[in-house]
Design a protein around this ligand. Structure first.
Ligand code: FAD
Ligand code: A2P
Length: 330
């Protein structure tokens, strides 16, 4: 059962790095230049996910973004109603120093939104064919040298603490939710002050092994740094005993290293990024394991209800992450 975090323990809360926001507003995007655009999946997959690098030299974004923040992309053209397309946000996948080490090139991890078309409103007629997301497909089609309209940076809460060595980290990702963790892991382990010695666990959820993103980078980093641990949870593949691997919260449930050791430490921080809704299972698992207190504020109305009986609507309204739990889902 969860308990509230005692209010007389403020020292456990992280002091997050201070970041700039909205230096370039969505109404006045600036121009970046694409420098590379490459598939970043581990193998042949039904999805298409690309690592896209953008040179922001000479714009207010140069040197002004942090790992964990997002930036905006404004796709060209007009909507079916004749209005300019709205800005879409993409997580920054590069470290704070950028891909180039000088804050000039930022990157993201863009997944093509492709689905069979289905009516989105009762007034809309059913048509056959594919629904292709406007911005994600535009970004994935870009070639080196192409111009792109960008805004940002956005977000101030999903960033690393000022003193990372005072904390240990559990990073939980699904799909492109891995993007900010690529930048954060680089900040923590490849920064100018030398590698951070804290324990860092990254748990990545993907449908198939072939869908893993930046898998080579994370494996090599784990080989080089004994304090960095890379765990994968492949939802449509099986454990050696034939059980499904499940979702990341099932992994949390199974892995004593994560819940019994890491999360019970006063210095641990949890970062969750990816599919909207992924926090539900994680919150329930943490509460069920009796380790949710430092990471979750549970409304009094739910305090007497067993976490496995929490309804989705209850979790949305009555369970909030604390300062030790950063959440970015979309
Ligand atoms: P759109 O053209 O906007 O299409 C999506 C819309 O189409 C849906 O809202 C829905 O109304 C409609 N639709 C969906 N399915 C169907 C269907 N079957 N038939 C008919 N209509 C349908 N994305 C990434 O890839 N990488 C990231 O790092 C990333 N980071 C993000 C960070 C934040 C903070 C946020 C908020 C979002 C992030 N996103 C990221 C998501 C991204 O902003 C876009 O939402 C995503 O790329 C889809 O945009 P799109 O223009 O391609 O799709
Ligand atoms: P599945 O698709 O098997 O249901 P991607 O973005 O590449 O599709 O990967 C998202 C991963 O997150 C998949 O493994 C997907 O599983 C899994 N997933 C889907 N819903 C949830 C959820 N509510 N909580 C955690 N993981 C989820």
């Amino acid at each position: 059962m969860t308990s509230r975090q005692p209010i007389d323990e403020p020292s456990l809360d992280p002091e997050l790095v201070e970041v700039d926001m909205h230096l370039v507003p969505p109404t006045q995007p600036v121009t970046g230049i694409v420098t590379s655009n490459e598939i970043c999946l581990r193998g042949k997959s039904a999805s298409f996910v690309r690592h896209v690098c953008v040179d922001v030299s000479g714009t207010p974004l140069q040197g002004a973004f942090h790992a964990g923040q997002s930036f905006g992309i404004v796709p060209p053209g007009l909507t079916e109603h004749g209005k300019p397309h709205k800005v879409r946000l993409y997580s920054i996948a590069s470290p704070t120093v950028g891909e180039d080490g000088e804050g000039r090139i930022l990157s993201t991890t863009c997944k093509r939104l492709i689905d069979e078309h289905s009516p989105q409103a009762s007034s809309e007629e059913a048509t056959r064919g594919l629904h292709l997301g406007v911005c994600s497909n535009y970004v994935c089609d870009l070639a080196p040298g192409d111009e792109i309209r960008i805004t940002g940076p956005a977000g101030k809460r999903f960033v690393l603490p000022k003193a990372p060595e005072r904390h240990d980290f559990l990073f939980l990702a699904t799909g492109t939710g891995i993007a900010p963790f690529r930048g954060m892991v680089k900040d923590l382990l490849e920064g100018p002050d030398g590698p951070c010695k804290s324990d860092i666990h990254l748990v990545m959820g993907a449908p198939y092994t072939s869908d893993l993103l930046y898998d080579g980078f994370f494996r090599e980093t784990a080989d080089r740094h004994p304090n960095f641990h890379y765990h994968t949870v492949i939802s449509r593949e099986f454990l050696p005993d034939g059980r499904p691997q499940g979702y990341i919260h099932h992994y949390l449930d199974r892995e004593i290293r994560l819940h019994g050791d890491l999360l019970t430490r006063d210095r641990a921080l949890v970062y969750i990024c990816g599919l909207a809704g992924m926090q539900t299972g994680v919150f329930q698992a943490m509460a069920k394991l009796g380790i949710g207190g430092p990471y979750l504020k549970v409304h009094e109305e739910l305090a007497g209800v067993a976490p496995e009986d929490w309804e989705l609507a209850d979790i949305k309204r009555r369970v909030r992450p604390t300062h030790r739990c950063m959440l970015e889902v979309y």
